[in-house]
Design a protein around this ligand. Sequence first.
Ligand code: SAM
Ligand code: SF4
Length: 308
Amino acid sequence: MKDNLGREINYLRISVTQRCNFRCAYCSVGYPDENELSPAEIAVFARAFARAGIKKIRLTGGEPLVRDDITEIAFAVKEAASPEIIAVTTNGYLLEKKAQDLKKAGVGAVNISVDTLDRECFRRMTGKDALEAVTAGLEKALETGFERVKINTVLIRGVNDDGAERLLCLAKKYPVDVRFIELMPTESGGENKLVTSAELLSRFPFLCPSYERDGAAVYYRADGFRGRVGFISPVSKKFCGSCNRIRLLSNGAVKPCLGQNDVYDLRKLLPDEERLYSEICSVIQKKPAGHHFEDPSGKLSSMNKIGG
Ligand code: SAM
Ligand code: SF4
């Protein structure tokens, strides 16, 4: 369905939890709200969203794989909404254990967040000595045969930006796209630590534009690389004019824009799918024009709460 600005809204991101087994300083803050939707409740939402035109669904969080019922959620979403693709965004820590069950449940694509390949820096950034487990998760995902496996990286000036080239070379070693996402300012901080996509590109002159895009990512290629290198630039080149997303939060609130604080509590309508469908259509019409990161009062909630 189109929103009131003519944008086709067909991509739903479901944050299934605010909980996480990592503590990335730029992402998580405070204590999570554990008032999580059950797989059956998520399924009712997914069916109503599908009627409103949603074709792609991503499960995110917090860390979605900390939910013991994550495969049940994926399966329930597949049965209820039959989306063209179900994707998962994960920190990869539990992926080695859960990859096969996720694939069997209908997950077709996995994005793994890796911000550094230096073990000590990884421990400092996430609060866990887990680089080895995450690498094992990535290799397991590739072996499992998902349609797509991607790496997402956020660079923070003075923290991990000196490791950008090693990360980029994951696209040489493995058949994966590596995407650099600009750091967005949130209540967890982030000001003055942004490394823009333009700055990064100037560091790697061997990258050639491929003129391929996928959602918000613009892709480059390099000789001898098996995957592509992507840049997602929500801060330096905002893409709100072509945004196709809407979010369901772990507590049943619907959030039409990542960058604005408006949320609509639709959990109270469960299990009435007709009312849910009609309210979802009305929230889509209220989707704001875009974010205002340039305004200091335009800061986001922490990403673990809203599903980055
Ligand atoms: N735990 C999972 C993970 O780490 O992939 C899924 C949730 S996490 C919130 C999703 C993505 O949001 C991660 O790639 C993370 O790096 C990104 N993220 C978190 N805070 C961010 C921020 N302030 N700016 C840009 N991306 C951010
Ligand atoms: Fe957890 Fe992902 Fe946020 Fe890191 S980025 S704290 S792994 S939710």
